[in-house]
Design a protein around this ligand. Structure first.
Ligand SMILES: [Cu+2]
Length: 145
């Protein structure tokens, strides 16, 4: 009888621990996988084939449904043609939204675009930057609706 009670207690303990820890871990993973760039407080940097790619959006804080300036600065080898940005959302088909960039000199490229308000209410967006003939980098960030 005592043995039976003991194992029941252990099962309840294990069960409650699992119920507590699993959502906690899921929340943690969700948070860290959600964004890789805080566009509201500065610029973000990634490296691609020894090229340092700096990404910035203005004005800050970055809001949907208004004209935004996208700025990319490349340090290192420059691509054959101007880079461009495809805006989208993780796991969602949002339709084409490409920002073309104009060279401003010294490895800097700028262009304007609009981030729309997603009907789902989700605020995480991806800027997929293509450096022609070199590759792509993705900056993931949240916007204000
Ligand atoms: Cu969406």
């Amino acid at each position: 009888m005592l043995h039976w009670l003991k194992s029941l207690c252990i099962w309840i303990l294990l069960y409650s621990l699992t119920m507590f820890i699993v959502p906690l871990q899921a929340a943690e993973i969700g948070r860290s996988a959600a964004t890789n760039c805080d566009v509201h407080h500065g610029s973000c940097i990634q490296t691609l084939s020894n090229i340092q790619v700096t990404f910035e959006i203005n004005p800050k804080p970055v809001k949907a449904m208004m004209e935004l300036n996208f700025k990319i600065t490349l340090k290192g080898k420059q691509p054959e043609a101007s880079p461009y940005i495809d805006l989208g959302m993780p796991g969602m088909e949002m339709g084409p939204n490409r920002v073309s960039l104009q060279p401003m000199g010294k490895g800097t490229y700028q262009g304007t675009g609009i981030i729309v308000r997603c009907p789902s209410g989700k605020k995480i967006w991806i800027a997929k930057i293509t450096l022609p003939d070199i590759g792509k980098v993705e900056f993931i960030f949240d916007v204000i609706y």
